[in-house]
Design a protein around this ligand. Structure first.
Ligand SMILES: [Fe+2]
Ligand SMILES: [Fe+2]
Length: 190
């Protein structure tokens, strides 16, 4: 079984790939190109399930409380600052989601709000994940004993099982379909 930090770093990679895809979509929409039907909703579903339910739950309810119990010191990358960023990320995502829904219901002007929202959200994700990996995980690896890490990775596996129950596999498949269609329809850069 992967270690707790391998699991979380793997999820981070997947989240950053989706954020990168959102940035590509934003650039294409800004150039006036169309994107395949369902692109914005596939991205919204991914961020909604994979980030704000699955990954965030693992950190908020499993990793962070355990680190606080272990006496993680306040400072750069501290848990309370990261939890505040989770909340700010959720608010930024909610604005992007509202714009995506308005656009899909026919409000063409909402696309500007989505483009700006996607760029802001992708930047927040990159900064937050960088902070977690470079500061928090390094400290956590030092603080948590092998037994703590084993217990946590078991708990993460249980959480993953619950996420599969609510349909994360379909969300990932949809996003992969969108990624492939976008790649296949990529216009040559001038
Ligand atoms: Fe986080
Ligand atoms: Fe994270």
């Amino acid at each position: 079984m992967d270690s707790v930090f391998e699991i979380l770093r793997g999820e981070h990679r997947r989240i950053l790939e989706a954020a990168d895809l959102a940035l590509q979509v934003a650039s294409r929409l800004e150039r006036g190109e169309t994107v395949p039907t369902g692109t914005l909703s596939a991205l919204s579903n991914f961020f909604s399930y994979a980030v704000h339910r699955n990954h965030r739950d693992k950190e908020d309810t499993l990793l962070f409380p355990r680190l606080q119990d272990k006496g993680l010191k306040q400072g750069a990358g501290c848990v309370s600052a990261l939890m505040t960023e989770h909340q700010e990320g959720a608010e930024a995502f909610a604005r992007m989601l509202a714009a995506a829904e308005a656009y899909e219901y026919g409000d063409r002007d909402a696309i500007r709000a989505w483009i700006d929202g996607a760029r802001r959200y992708a930047a927040m994700l990159a900064s937050h994940i960088g902070q977690e990996e470079q500061v928090l995980f390094a400290e956590a690896e030092r603080l948590l004993t092998p037994a703590d890490q084993q217990e946590l990775s078991d708990a993460l596996a249980d959480a993953e099982g619950r996420a599969r129950f609510v349909g994360i596999d379909e969300v990932l498949e949809d996003l992969e379909r969108v990624r492939q269609t976008l790649t296949a329809t990529q216009l040559p850069r001038r």
